[in-house]
Write a protein that binds this ligand. Sequence first.
Ligand code: CO
Ligand code: CO
Ligand code: CO
Length: 315
Amino acid sequence: MPIHPDLLVGLESPDDAGVYRLNDDLAIIQTLDFFTPIVDDPYSFGQIAAANAMSDIYAMGGDPLTAMNIICFPVNTMDISVLQETLKGGLDKIKEAGALLVGGHSVEDNEFKYGLSVTGTVHPEQVLTNRGARPGDILILTKPIGTGIINTAIKGNLADKRLINEVTEIMSCLNGAAKDESIRFDISACTDVTGFGLLGHACEMIENQDIGLRIDTHKIPLIEKAMDFANMGIVPAGTHRNRDFRRGCLKGYETTKPAFMDVLFDPQTSGGLLIAVRREEGGILEQALREKGVKDASIIGEFVDEPKGMIILQD
Ligand code: CO
Ligand code: CO
Ligand code: CO
């Protein structure tokens, strides 16, 4: 039951962003996201927060047009240069995306938080919702998972400089290149992997749908060290919430190693896109993405007729 004929994507089912049709050729996409610092370097944090906020625009098949800063800052206890560097990182990422910073708002707060409200554009007929995948479609993931676990390790001073750099690069990478390449193919659904983890977001693609999903777990790209930390029990609290919420829609839960399950439900910051593409084009799109610099893009499974609304985990 749509609330308004031009509200193409609203609150009736969970999706990455809202989409409103302005006319037959143009719709706007609106989203916002902000959070507390996840890495120590303020410039990197700004880049990550902006890439993360703009990702939901790409996940709907659009391009970011304008952005506004959302800032909560402890002005009495934190050096103002931290804020300046963060905003610089965010602005550089907005520019890289080809969007414009048009304003923002800041409030004093005990805890520093930063993010963006973003408006994007898309053709109304090219909106990519997270549902709509067809049986036989191939599922591609464009970034490795494990950022939440690595961020937890960083907070516990367990990550070395190289690992911090690696995860920073993954999280600050825009999903724009992956989106641009993918829309040249016959794709039926798209979302991005964020707080609910890989399996949480994959589940949204099939929930209450006439299809199921088979995931080949050994094909999932992982940040190498994430598995090691998961084995040591270093996982964010959200992991267990994600798992408990969705375990009912998994086949193969009992036979999957618990630490690996933690990785599959690890909440991601600025994670990759999950793209459903017509079977015949799966391999070509995977290859094309890699050639365009989306080097971890991998086919991780396929949509199936049965069991409906379920994910089969296959080793
Ligand atoms: Co999203
Ligand atoms: Co979001
Ligand atoms: Co989408």
